[in-house]
Structure formats: structure tokens, C-alpha cells
Design a protein around this ligand. Structure first.
Ligand code: RNT
Ligand code: ZN
Length: 421
């Protein structure tokens, strides 16, 4: 669509929304408050760069597919990330895993990672105007093969991972300090048991002990915020996950940590969108891993579905922008990875824009007056309001492709860059 038509469509949409008391210009301005943290691991199927040809192993997570063009160096990865960001309206953040350091061919084990391995990322992020977030990597490692890391009963294994965690927090704090925006450091461990364990309690005690040890050092919230991520089960850990939701919710409340809610990590009919307002009564801030679980925690590319919509609506309705940090967590190696990234991020952004275009006070009034037919009818009508016109205009304002125009740009990047790898 040409710019003139985008503008015309927007003017009409603006009038329609104004009839509902919704100001589209304001909704667009509020999109500045939505900063999505891009998960670096979509570029290379969670492989990382510790060794040449490193691939994801263990941890019960899986990237399926073998689409050509995967980033195999940090330079390629940065090029892909830059391309992705050129196709997204607004400003984002980048979420790195510890396995993505610049180790320059050296064997740097997890208990030896340091800021020096991430200085290149910090410098690059500064140039790009991005904030960085960080994660310890507790999988794809021989010391994780037993199925237990921070909850291990083997003292040297446990200490090894605690040291990893301590170092990751140092790295995160340095990122936050140098970039002038707090780094959210997230801890997810794959620890669990394939078959029925006897000592659930014992492993959980080990995990508490390790977290306490890893969190001993205090950092200013200006630089570092710590989150803990729960899970229901993983492949190979079907019978018990040490870090369950109850476990981490309790830990986070008691120790003033952020809770990370990954919407692939719950029973299929539970909704993270419903959990936000529960958690935030007892916890200052949350971190989200937005993903699309298809029948299990499959981490499909995020699409604009009701689950993601509820998450965005809850943040917007309650003005939780400063208390909910939104990150993505999906990895699909079966389609163009850059394209997958753009689809998923734009879907999450669309969910926020739709939420910002909701006549919330009108709906709330209907609810409080007990007018539930009217509330449901309005919710249905809102689904077919001209959201697309506002989205396209928002993209145009941000100088990024509107509508489906990004498809051609991804195709061109594939032709010129990805297919030559
Ligand atoms: C795994 C967790 C975790 C990972 C990343 C790679 O189930 O969701 O967040 O996906 O750390
Ligand atoms: Zn996650």
C-alpha cells in the first residue's frame, strides 16, 4: 500500500476509534513504552558460540528444522539482529545467553565467563541504542547431563553452577552499568527427573541453597534485576521439575526477585495473562517469556493469538509497563529464522497496540453495571475494528515496512546474505 493510502486509512480508523472514546494518536505514542527484549537464540537455534558448530543439547528444549542460513558467527548474528530490528517499529532490547560470549576460539568454561567476553556485545549494543538482558546457560554442557545443575547433590557440580550464576550476575550488572539501563538477569535451570523421584524435597533444598549462594552479592537495581523462571516439565524431566512455579513464586516473594513467566511453562489451559495481576500483588516486577506452545512447550513462533492478547491487555489495562518486562522465547529452525523473528516480534507488538486501542473504561463500566451481554458484544466488535490501519500507520511513522511489505525485505536478505552462508 502506498503512503497516501496508509494515511487515508488511518484518518478513517482514527474517526472510528474516536467514536468509542479511543485516541489512536495516543495509543501510538504509548507504544514507546513497549520495549520487547529480543531473545538472541532465535538466530542460531540456541546453539551459542562456545565451540565452532555448537548445538543445543540437553535441557529438554528443542529447536526442530534445518532451514539454511543459520548464523554461525557472532558477526552473522549481529547482522541478522540488525536486519530484524530494521523491520520492527520502535526500540527493542536484546536478551543474551551466557553461551553467546566472544570466546575467540578459547575454551572458556561456564565457571570462567566474564565481562570481557561480552564487552563486544556491550559496545555493539551502545551503537545500536539497545539495552541488554542476560541469562545463565545451564544446558548444552557435560555438567548438566545428570539432569541436575544448581539442584545437584554432587557438591562440585553444584558449586560449578553457582559460580556460573555469580559470574552471570557480574556480567549483567556491568551491562546495566555501561548501558545505563538495568539488565534483567534470568535464571532457568532444566533440573528435573524423567522418572518418579524419591527426594523431591531434597533437590528443592539444594536449589534454594544454590540460589541463595548465587544471589549473595547485592547489586544496585539501577544495574541489575534478577529473575527466576519456573517450568512445568521438560522432555526427559516429565516426572518432576525442581524449579516448579510454586517453588519459584515462593522464592521470588521471599527474596524480592522478579518472577519470569513463560507461557509455555504451564498446564495448557492456564494463562499467563491471568497470572500477572496475581503475581504483581506480591512481587514488584515480572519478566515474561512470550512464546507459542503448540500442544507442549514447543516454542513455536509467536502469533497474534488470544493468549498473547490477554497478556498485553493485562499490562496495558493496569498500566504495568514499568513492572512487567516483556521478552520473547521461541526458536523455530524450520523456516527463515530472520523472518520467524520478525513475525513473532511484530505479533507481540500488535497485541500491545490492540490493547492500547481498547476503550477500557467503557468496558469496565459495563462490567461494573452487570451488563455482561454488552461487555461481550463490545469485545467481539472490537475484534473487527480497523486495527490494521493503525498498525500500518505506526509502521510508516517509524520508517519500517507496513503490512506485508517486510516479507519482500526478508526474501531479499535471504537471497543476498542468508543463502550465501
Ligand atoms: C526453557 C526456558 C528457557 C529457555 C531459554 C533458552 O524451557 O523457556 O527460558 O528457552 O533460556
Ligand atoms: Zn523461557
Amino acid at each position: 500500500m502506498n503512503d497516501e493510502n496508509i494515511n487515508k486509512m488511518y484518518e478513517l480508523a482514527k474517526e472510528q476509534y474516536a467514536e468509542l472514546g479511543v485516541y489512536t494518536d495516543m495509543a501510538i505514542a504509548n507504544m514507546n513504552r513497549v520495549k520487547i527484549s529480543l531473545h538472541c537464540w532465535q538466530t542460531d537455534d540456541v546453539g551459542g558460540f562456545e565451540k565452532p558448530d555448537a548445538t543445543l543439547s540437553g535441557g529438554g528444549i528443542q529447536a526442530t528444522g534445518n532451514y539454511p542460513g543459520k548464523a554461525t558467527t557472532i558477526e552473522q548474528m549481529r547482522a541478522d539482529l540488525e536486519k530484524v530490528m530494521q523491520l520492527l517499529p520502535g526500540k527493542q532490547r536484546l536478551n543474551l545467553h551466557a553461551s553467546y560470549g566472544e570466546f575467540s576460539g578459547k575454551d572458556v568454561d561456564r565457571d570462567a565467563v566474564g565481562t570481557e567476553h561480552f564487552q563486544g556485545w556491550i559496545d555493539w549494543a551502545k551503537v545500536q541504542g539497545l539495552g541488554l538482558d542476560f541469562n545463565g546457560t545451564y544446558f548444552s554442557h557435560p555438567r548438566a547431563n545428570s539432569g541436575f545443575t544448581l539442584s545437584s547433590k554432587d557438591e562440585s557440580t553444584r558449586q560449578f553452577w553457582v559460580e556460573h550464576m555469580r559470574r552471570c550476575r557480574e556480567i549483567g550488572a556491568e551491562m546495566g552499568k555501561q548501558l545505563g539501563t538495568p539488565c534483567i538477569h534470568n535464571t532457568w535451570v532444566p533440573d528435573g527427573s524423567k522418572d518418579v523421584p524419591i527426594d523431591r524435597n531434597g533437590y528443592r533444598a539444594q536449589l534454594v541453597k544454590s540460589l541463595d549462594e548465587g544471589f549473595t552479592k547485592e547489586f544496585s537495581k539501577e544495574f541489575l534485576k534478577d529473575a527466576v523462571e519456573s517450568k512445568l516439565f521438560g522432555i526427559g524431566a516429565e516426572s518432576m521439575t525442581v524449579g516448579s512455579h510454586d517453588f519459584y513464586l515462593g522464592y521470588a516473594i521471599k527474596n524480592n526477585k522478579l518472577i519470569c513467566l513463560d507461557n509455555g511453562h504451564f498446564h495448557p489451559t492456564e494463562q499467563v495473562g491471568d497470572k500477572i495481576s496475581s503475581c504483581l500483588h506480591f512481587i514488584d516486577e515480572a519478566l515474561l517469556h512470550v512464546t507459542r506452545p503448540v500442544r507442549w512447550d514447543s516454542d513455536h513462533v509467536v502469533t497474534l493469538n488470544e493468549e498473547v492478547q490477554l497478556i498485553a491487555s493485562e499490562i496495558v489495562r493496569n498500566n504495568f509497563f514499568d513492572r512487567v518486562n516483556t521478552g520473547l522465547d521461541f526458536f523455530d529452525a524450520s523456516i527463515n529464522r530472520v523472518g520467524a523473528y520478525v513475525i513473532g516480534t511484530r505479533a507481540a507488538q500488535k497485541a500491545f497496540l490492540i490493547a492500547l486501542l481498547e476503550p477500557t473504561s467503557m468496558l469496565l463500566n459495563l462490567e461494573e453495571e452487570g451488563k455482561y451481554f454488552e461487555r461481550l458484544a463490545m469485545l467481539e466488535e472490537l475484534k473487527t475494528k480497523p486495527f490494521g490501519a493503525v498498525w500500518d500507520y505506526y509502521c510508516l511513522m517509524n520508517d519500517v515496512p507496513a503490512g506485508e511489505e517486510y516479507i519482500a525485505e526478508v526474501q531479499q536478505y535471504e537471497k543476498e546474505v542468508l543463502s550465501k552462508r
